[in-house]
Design a protein around this ligand. Structure first.
Ligand code: ATR
Length: 291
């Protein structure tokens, strides 16, 4: 019986088991496949992964704080995982472990439609920021065109594919380090910015933890609730039962909003497709993630 899991520390709060088991059920695979949460400390992570592989698991999602370690232990890795320096998806074939990062493509898949303005602003400089920056800078429909949820969503506003990405972070030196790691201005098209001109961007992505514990985003981030505009897309990786204060203000200004749960659903769908080869039932996954 093919088994799947998400490994994290802690992992009890993860919505992935509910979401992935709903998907397996909808696909008619619930009797055959299963997906559970596995908690492993950083010290136990590698041993746990190898044990699951040897038990015949098909693969695992990897979440905080193990994404870098997941890439490090893999025998092979996708371009995305290698560039971002982290993996959220491991696939096992015998003892061989392949690493991928579907956080990047999942972000792109969550975007609502074409974004004609090719300038992007990413707030933050942690792991979530690295995936978002790389994804936006390399955003391109796949050559075979058969990923239905990564379609022509992004226009090419400069030479080469993807957005021109600017990065802001509270601690500027971290933004500079991440920006250089991901290829600098030549690869990202943008710059590290201190006071971004909010209305100049086609898309703004908050990857910081601001809002997670009720912080006021407009006090902590270089954003003004009145400066969002219709036609902009605003993504907030933070999610809860209600729209974040950031997304509420963006929506009130007529911007299109995407929350972190939608990104979670899309990254999970891409992982499930990798393991099963089947078309993920997005609606069922969305409903379970939001239940
Ligand atoms: P991740 O979860 O993406 O791996 P992390 O490494 O935990 O991220 O970093 C969290 C991000 O939220 C960082 O960009 C952090 O900014 P610093 O690098 O300056 O610490 C940001 N962050 C957390 N609290 C913040 C706050 N109150 N104001 C602004 N940024 C904040």
């Amino acid at each position: 019986m093919p088994r799947l899991a998400v490994i994290g520390f802690p992992v009890a709060h993860s919505r992935s088991p509910a979401m992935q088991n709903a998907a397996l059920e909808t696909l008619g695979l619930a009797g055959e496949w299963s997906y559970r949460a596995v908690e492993a400390t950083p010290a136990a992570f590698e041993m746990t992964v190898r044990e699951l592989a040897s038990l015949g698991y098909a693969g695992v999602n990897v979440t905080v704080p193990h994404k870098e370690a997941a890439l490090a232990l893999a025998d092979e890795a996708s371009d995305a995982a290698r560039a971002i320096g982290a993996a959220n998806t491991l696939s096992f074939s015998g003892k061989r472990i392949a690493a991928d990062n579907t956080d990047a493509a999942g972000l792109l898949a969550s975007l609502p439609g074409p974004i004609p303005n090719p300038r992007a602003l990413v707030l933050g400089a942690g792991g979530a920021a690295r995936a978002a920056i790389w994804a936006l800078a390399h955003a391109e429909p796949p050559p075979d065109g058969n990923l239905p949820f990564v379609t022509q969503r992004v226009t090419k506003g400069r030479e080469g594919p993807g957005f021109q990405v600017d990065v802001w972070n509270r601690t500027r030196s971290r933004a500079e380090a991440v920006f250089e790691q991901l290829g600098g201005p030549a690869s990202l098209g943008g710059a590290v910015v201190e006071a971004p001109a909010q209305s100049a961007y086609g898309i703004v992505v908050n990857t910081t933890a601001v809002g997670l514990h009720g912080e006021d985003p407009f006090a902590e981030l270089p954003l003004d609730p009145a400066a969002f505009a219709a036609g902009q897309v605003v993504v907030d990786m933070v999610y809860g039962d209600r729209p974040s204060a950031l997304l509420a203000a963006a929506a009130a200004a007529g911007a299109t909003t995407v929350d972190g749960l939608e990104v979670l659903v899309q990254q999970g769908a891409l992982s499930l497709r990798t393991w099963t080869g089947l078309e993920p039932p997005i609606e069922a996954m969305r409903a379970a993630a939001r239940a």
